[in-house]
Every structure is written in C-alpha cells, then in structure tokens.
Write a protein that binds this ligand. Sequence first.
Ligand SMILES: *Cc1c(COP(=O)(O)O)cnc(C)c1O
Length: 396
Amino acid sequence: MFGKMKIDLQNQLQEIRDAGLYKQERIIASSQGARIQVQSGQKVLNFCANNYLGLSGHPRVVAAAQKAMEQWGFGLSSVRFICGTQEIHKTLEAKVSQFLGTEDTILYAACFDANGGVFEPFFDKDCAIITDELNHASIIDGIRLAKAQRAIYKHCDMTDLENKLQEFAAAKYRIIATDGVFSMDGDIAPLQKICNLADKYDALVMVDDCHATGFMGKRGRGITEHCDVMGRVDLITTTFGKALGGASGGCVSGRKELIEFLRQKSRPYLFSNSLAPAITGATLAVLDMLSESTVLRDKLEENTTYFREKISGLGFDIKPGIHPIVAVMLYDEKKAHQMAERLLAEDIYVIGFSYPVVPRGLARIRVQISAAHEKADLDKLLQAFALVGREMQIIK
Ligand SMILES: *Cc1c(COP(=O)(O)O)cnc(C)c1O
C-alpha cells in the first residue's frame, strides 16, 4: 500500500522545495544562549530564540533542574490522577497562580496541549467561540476540537469583534479567544477593550500569554499586567518553553471552577503524562527568581528600547511597538532570505519569514531581543544590519 503514498509524498515534498518553502533545521552544537555554535563550527550571536530572559542555560535554573531530578526522579510514568502528582506539581500550580494573580492553575505537557484542552470541555454546540484571525495554530486547533459555533474576527478589530458578539447573542456561553502578543509582528491585543466588550456582552475571555509571561508588565506578570486587566481574564494559557527557562510544559490559569472542571474533563491533561520533575522544579526556581527581582525583565526592556530606536535610526522599517519581537520589514521574500543569509555570514543568526508564515508581500526578518544580550551584542547586530542593508540597497 505504501508504494503509492510514498510517490505522492515525494512529489508533494518536491513541490514544497520548489516553492522555496522547505523548512531546513539548523543544527546547533552548543546549549541555547545569546551565543551559540552551529554545526559548521561557526559561533554566532543568536537573535531568534524565545529565550527572552536568558534563562534557558542559566546556572541557577540548571541547578534547580538537577536538584529536582535527584530528589523527585527522572519521570513519573503516569498521568496526574493515577500516580503522577508530586508535591512539586502542586507547588508549581500554586506558584503560577500567585505569579499571574489567578485563582488556580493546571499543568500540561505544553501550551499546545493547554490550548488543545481548554475549549472542548466547556463549549458545546450551543456556545460560541469568537477568535482573532491571527491566533496561534494551537488556539485554532483547540477551537476545532470543541463542538461550539465559531466566528473569526479581523485582527484586533474591536468593531468586528463587537459585531460577532452581537451575532451570537443567543449562544449559551460566548468566549473571546486571543493571543496576548502576536508572534509575527510583536503587536499586543487590546485587552482593556476586549475585557470591556466581554463585560458589555457577558462573554468570557481567554488569553494566550506565551510571548509575555515573565517579562511583560512592570513585574513581568505577563500581558494582563501590561494591559492592566489582571483578574478580568477568565482563562490564561501560557508556556514554560519560552521566557521561563525554555524547556517545555505549559498551563491554564484562571478561575477556580474552570480549572477544577478541566482537571475532570480536559483530554490532554487526563490522557498525557505528568510534567517531568526536572522541568517542574526548574520552573519553580524561575518563578522565584522573577518574583525576587525584576532585573532581568528590566534589562530586556532596556535592550528592546535600544534596539528599536537604533534600527529605526538606521532607516529600517520596523513594525512599531515595545515587544522584544522586532519585525524588520523587507516586504520582498527573496530579499528577506538573502539578508538573513548575509547576516549569518556576519555571525548574526536571525530568520527571514515569508509566505505562508506571514502574508504575501510582507516578508521580514524577525529579531528577538533577550536579557542575555549585552549592549555590545546589540551594537554588533546593528553594525551588521547597517553593513548588509547598505550593500543590498535597503537603506542609504
Ligand atoms: C509557543 C506558543 C505556543 C506553544 O507553546 P508550547 O509550550 O511550546 O507548546 C502556544 N501559543 C503561542 C501563542 C505560542 O507562541
């Protein structure tokens, strides 16, 4: 049987290659950080990790993971409700709730699973899920798994959102689902306005905080702190796989009854293994560090402001904003990839994004700033952009 399928897949893979859309994995020969070594032996400055706070290889985080593994073992070989819940899992759930200012938290193997399991238990065919058109793939999949009716509103368009809320006025429950920060442009959902509309129309709000937990907001509590809506969002999903150490794992945090219900009904929670002790212990240590001091998120904010100002000053066109995701717009698909290649030759690792990841004609280089970067690293990045930008006649 496979013979026919094999030929078909080979043809489709060739089409992907021919379209220039084949994703090559670049192999790294070091741990994650501001400086990494790639397989060729080349050492590069890394500006494309979600390692916002520089914690992926932080000694205190690695030590906490080792200690947790020694004390609690390597794995649980069980789901949570059979024999896979240790004290550290409960401690981490309490710590996340405290950090985000929510009532309770439930852990998942990844935020992809959290988003996959957060809608289906609550929203049946009498309910409506109203979702931003640019939401992350995992939110889209989570919504697909629910039997609810769905409506897609234009990106961050509050008039369209209000129309959709009115359209589904008869639904038993309505929920608005949005990314807190959208990862291609680094723009932020207008959560004040979203929460106001939710109040007006008696809807719930779900926010995915993956690109914000740990560093957005003055105390790094995430996008709800940044937008001053702490306590007004019913369900927050987030990851431990980005700013919070970057290993893996995720959670849903929010109102007590919602979380209690998820523990009974959410399929990726019920039917998937417990979070490994090393990750659980290390994430606890990360939240302790971020609660003790805001020095890392402050440094990230400074670095981001510095880079955004200087790169604009050079004449590059960037998506405006304040987030450490900085989209340097080139518009032309070829130029974006060519520029990323040239920057790599200058020991700068960034990625060019083009269709279908971003709309046609909106190709860009996405730079991600980290607290692990020093001023000198940012200056080197800016020098390389200036050099290659002039060479390619993108700037004067
Ligand atoms: C990264 C990301 C996820 C997935 O998180 P994992 O923990 O890696 O599964 C979900 N939503 C958004 C918005 C993300 O950026």
